[in-house]
Design a protein around this ligand. Structure first.
Ligand code: HEC
Length: 310
């Protein structure tokens, strides 16, 4: 195989791995056929690489790094989602609202009967019970619900895919196949955090009242997130504009660096993150998991030039 063809093949393969679901037989068959035409040593190298990518992909999509301690236990977002009828607080969050704040649904995680009901418009998009069902199916991209034995939602965490993935809308707007690494520019992270009934993690850290925190969160808008708010306490830039930054595409960095970033974070999370964040207003020791997310962003801030934006 010529060098060029090998390159093209690799790119195709990378795209295939990024977008195909695990069960796409034809992709797998095509890949293994192409792989077999390479020298054995090359095949082994590639196979090792793909194993790493798939491991990273799993972390990227599904590993919360324990951050349910922040999003669930601290912010109590799961209570806002389930609503008073299901043991939480307030009206709850139906799938319609979830989609409206930019959350995406992985169509490959939906069983066929549910897809049919959805297509026929027979799923009540205002009923929080249906959001809970989606969480139980692990179908909400980047969000993991934790359920007890009575199937009650007791916490929730997020993963990289929440912000750095979207879907191809192939089933319906907001519902489709995962696109790993594509920034979710519909995602209103601030509006989601604003659903929290308890923002004391923010009010205590920033020494401002609840209303101020909520107005800052709502100032972010779709596609933006201020990963440093709890670190530097600065909600606005010197020119008065929001300090939130646009969620960047991660696929430009290829799947592997993201996987590596996630794995490095994974290693660090088990080691030294505590010392890294020690002293940051003391609050982070309680919200360890939230700080883990910030650790990765701090790292990127140092290494990667900030994307020109807004
Ligand atoms: C809540 C949303 C959110 C989550 C979750 C999130 N990120 Fe990010 N990520 C961002 C934003 C916003 C930026 C831009 C930060 C900046 O410029 O200050 C960013 C930047 C990055 C960059 C730098 C990209 C570039 O081109 O500059 C990488 C790499 C990255 N994130 C990887 C990850 C990984 C790995 C995870 C999971 C451990 C993760 N992110 C989780 C919002 C998020």
């Amino acid at each position: 195989m010529s060098r060029l063809r090998a390159c093209v093949f690799l790119v195709l393969l990378a795209c295939g791995v990024a977008s195909a679901s695990d069960d796409q037989q034809s992709d797998v068959a095509r890949m293994s056929q192409d792989l077999q035409s390479l020298p054995p040593a090359e095949q082994r190298n590639l196979a090792n690489g793909f194993v790493e990518i798939l491991r990273g992909r799993k972390i990227f999509r599904f590993d919360t790094f324990g951050d349910q301690a922040f999003w669930g236990d601290t912010l109590k977002l799961h209570q806002a989602i389930e609503g008073a009828d299901h043991g939480g607080i307030g009206p709850g969050v139906g799938p319609g609202t979830a989609l409206a704040v930019g959350l995406k649904v992985d169509v490959d995680a939906l069983p066929q009967p549910l897809k049919q009901k959805l297509a026929a418009g027979r799923v009540d998009l205002n009923d929080p019970a249906n959001t809970l069902a989606l969480l139980q199916l692990n179908a909400v991209v980047g969000v993991t619900g934790f359920f007890d034995q009575q199937q009650r939602l007791i916490s929730m965490g997020i993963q990289c895919a929440l912000c750095h993935s979207t879907v191809d809308n192939s089933f319906a707007p907001g519902i489709g196949r995962r696109l790993d690494g594509w920034p979710n520019r519909d995602l209103n992270v601030g509006a989601i955090i604003n659903l929290s009934p308890d923002l004391s993690a923010f009010t205590n850290a920033l020494q401002v009242d609840d209303a101020t925190v909520r107005s800052v969160l709502l100032s972010w808008g779709p596609g933006k997130f201020d990963a440093a708010l709890l670190l530097d306490g600065k909600a606005f830039r010197p020119d008065g504009k929001s300090a939130a930054t646009l969620i960047p595409a991660a696929f430009g960095l290829a799947v592997a660096p993201i996987a590596r970033a996630a794995r490095t974070l994974d290693d660090e999370a088990r080691g030294s993150h505590q010392s890294r964040v020690a002293g940051v207003r003391g609050v982070l020791s309680r919200t360890v998991s939230g700080s883990q997310l910030r650790v990765v962003h701090e790292r990127h801030r140092r290494r990667v030039p900030r994307a020109p934006s807004h």
